[in-house]
Structure formats: C-alpha cells, structure tokens
Design a protein around this ligand. Structure first.
Ligand code: PEP
Ligand code: MN
Length: 338
C-alpha cells in the first residue's frame, strides 16, 4: 500500500501515520520528495482499512498494491482451482453443465427433467427448494420435501445436485441432501450466510449480485474462503441494466476480467442474465468463448406450467441442441465437459 501525503503535511502528521502503521504490525517506509512525501506500507495490506488511513490529517490518497481479496486472487494462487462436485470437475479445462428447473415442483417433473438433461450431457442437476422470490405471495419452494426429490433424482440418474441456500438456518439440512450449494444473487452480500457457507464442507456456486461489481463478488468469495471452504465457483448471471430488451445485462466482459483476477472457476448463467430462451444458446457459447468454466441453464418440460421462471426455460430438446453446440465451442478452446 502506498500512502500519498499532501504537500503541506507536517512531521507530526507523518509520525501519526507511521505510528498507526506500526501499531498494525506493519512497516512504514517514508520517502521524502521535493513536492510530496509518500509512505510505503510493507506487510499484509488486506488487513488495513484504507478509508481509515485516508481519514488521517495530511493524507491525500491511498493506493493499494495488492487486491483486498487475497485468498481469491490469482496472485495468491497462480494455478486455476479445480472444484470437484461428485465426479464432476469444474475449472482447469473441465467444464460444468448445470441444468434443471428453476424450482423443484414434483417428483414426476423432476424425474423427467433430470432424465432428459443427464442424457443430453449435463453433469450437475439443479433445482431450487428454497426460492428467493420478489413477492411474498409467489411460490416459495418445497423446502425439505423438495430436497428429497432432488436427491432421489440425482441418485437415480447418477448426477450431482445443486440447490440454493437462502438462510443459514437451512444450511445443515441442505448439506445433508445436496452435493453443492448455491448462494443466489440476492444473497451475495449476506455476510452472515457467506460465513456459515464458508464453514461448510460443501462446494458452492456464488452468484454475482445484480448491483455488485466484480470486486464485490470477489470480496464475497473471500468471506467463504476465509472460513476454510476453498470450493467456490463464481457465476455471472447478469446485472441491472437500463434496457428491458433482456431481463438483466449479461456482463460477458466480467467473465474475461475475472479470469485475469482469480483462480476460482467462473460459470455463466445466460438464463437469468437474458430471461429469453432464444438468447440463451448464443449467450452460452459466448460465455465459454470468454473463458467461462461452465454454463448454467434452466430447463423445463412444460414452461407454461412452471412455478417460477417458466418464460426463460429451455425445453429439453432445445437444451440438447444447445449442449451439442457447446461441446463444439468447448473443443475450440481445448476444454471439455467432464
Ligand atoms: C436461480 O438460480 O433460480 C436464481 C434465483 O438465480 P439468481 O440468484 O441468479 O437470481
Ligand atoms: Mn430461476
């Protein structure tokens, strides 16, 4: 970290800054120039609050040298992380294909969707049992009954399962039934939940909040990593935009940018990003081309009857065709769906 002082800063003010740095068990190195004095801080700067330093009299600016997300950063871990979910690997050239309905609705429906997505090539089955709905009057999910249905479908078709956790109080029961957790966009900055998920031994998909920056997403991942859970997969699912042509703004550049900043696998969710079945296939291909380590697509065999997100679901044959194309795109980039 470099602290830039104002030209009129007094010696007492400089001493106040360097004493503060020393009190944090870090070293301060003062360089006096003709017009400006700067203080170089040596030590673990992730533990320093730069806003606090900025509030010292005489400080003009504070520039971080290292990113504040030290565990998630590529610098800390130059090799790409590979997250294992059952027999599926995500990262390091291994691609995830997460597919299934938005919500778990019934045993029969889950069984039929699981059968079709698995036979098309999906390697993780999704389905929400606890749904974070905008309206309290909308379907809220089947809870534990839904988890049992999802687990049974995963076991029957030999495919690991992922489901969303919205409340730390449900974490234990979800970990009992699911192979992977999902923290949704609405909870990306629920730090209590992230801390609890970090204590669990279950891999997690962390979705980007709709108003979160790339750095915010990485800081949220840091919460999970800091508690010991190293199996974090990031997910770009679209951010708030001004154009209602798509449900959200699919931030494809964020995917490429994340790959320059972190070793964690990154997947894309063109279903929630676009909200449009006709745009899901091209946006899925673009995700892999941008460096994503997998794709997440909602599939439903009767979208008009779906209890959530029906309008954006792909039909099983559409999913099958999309996956066949995705395999070709993956090959171009030397990757494959494990
Ligand atoms: C979902 O996956 O069904 C979901 C609610 O996603 P998001 O958190 O991205 O809106
Ligand atoms: Mn959904």
């Amino acid at each position: 970290m470099i602290i830039i002082l104002k030209s009129e800063t007094t010696e007492d003010q400089i001493t106040a800054v360097t004493e503060h740095i020393a009190s944090l068990d870090m070293k301060a190195h003062v360089s006096r120039g003709t017009f400006r004095t700067i203080v170089g801080v040596i030590g673990d700067e992730a533990c320093i609050d730069s806003d606090q330093i900025k509030s010292f009299p005489g400080v003009s600016d504070v520039v971080r040298v290292l990113p504040p997300y030290k565990l998630a950063s590529l610098e800390a871990h130059p090799q790409p992380s590979v997250v294992k979910v059952g027999s599926t690997k995500i990262g390091g050239g291994n691609l995830a294909m997460v597919a299934g309905p938005c919500s778990i609705e019934s045993e029969d429906r889950m069984d039929s969707i699981a059968n079709s997505v698995k036979s098309s090539g999906a390697n993780i089955l999704r389905g929400g049992a606890y749904k974070p709905r905008t309206s309290p009057y909308s379907f809220q999910g089947m809870g534990v009954d839904g988890l049992k249905i999802l687990r049974a479908a995963g076991d029957k078709y030999d495919i690991p399962v992922v489901t969303e956790v919205t409340d730390a109080r449900n974490l234990e029961v979800i970990c009992e039934y699911a192979d992977m957790l999902q923290v949704g966009a609405r909870n990306m900055q629920n730090f209590v939940l992230l801390t609890e998920v970090g204590k669990a031994n279950t891999p997690v998909i962390l979705k980007r909040g709709m108003s979160a920056t790339v750095q915010d997403l990485l800081m949220s991942a840091e919460y999970i990593l800091a508690q010991g859970n190293q199996n974090v997969v990031l997910c770009e699912r679209g951010i708030k935009g001004f154009d209602s042509i798509t449900r959200n703004l699919y931030d494809i550049a964020a995917v490429a940018a994340l790959k320059t900043l972190t070793h964690l696998p990154v997947i894309v969710d063109p279903s929630h990003a676009t909200g449009r079945p006709d745009l899901i296939p091209p946006c899925a291909y673009a995700g892999i081309a941008a460096g994503a380590d997998g794709v997440h697509i909602e599939v439903h065999d009767c979208p008009e009857k779906a209890l959530s997100d029906g309008p954006q679901a792909l039909l099983p044959p559409q999913f099958q065709e999309t996956f066949q194309q995705l395999e070709k795109v993956a090959k171009v980039f030397g990757k494959s769906f494990s």
